[in-house]
Design a protein. Sequence first.
Length: 155
Amino acid sequence: MDLNINGVSVKTDADPTMPLLWVLRDELNMTGTKFGCGVAACGACTVHIDGQAVRSCVMPLAAVEGKKIRTIESLGTTDKPSVLQAAWITEQVPQCGYCQSGMLMAATALLERKPKPADADIDEAMTNICRCGTYQRVRAAIHRAAGTTTTGAPA
């Protein structure tokens, strides 16, 4: 099967029914996407499929053939983080950090769809679960990356 991951063509002979999460992690050694719950509830496994944030733990490989897959590895680097990643650091969002790749992917999809989100937009888009409870920091980081205040007005 041919996949397009982060703009690169990748071939895999994985079972088409295997969840994308396990192909990424176990077959392609792309471990930035995390396993959390396995039932699409927590969002730790969030990736983008054709620009939409999706839970990869329940997405069969066959459903993504021919689509553009984007993972956390595409956002930025340690030396050059994305604007959102830099905001995440400034706002001290991560605590344990386990949910962060999924949170960042969900937030990236939100900002690509709605560059200046209001609090209600953030609340609607950010359905990922954070055991550490950093939701207010997540909201502040999204606003910082968007250049807005916590009400969605220009900063």
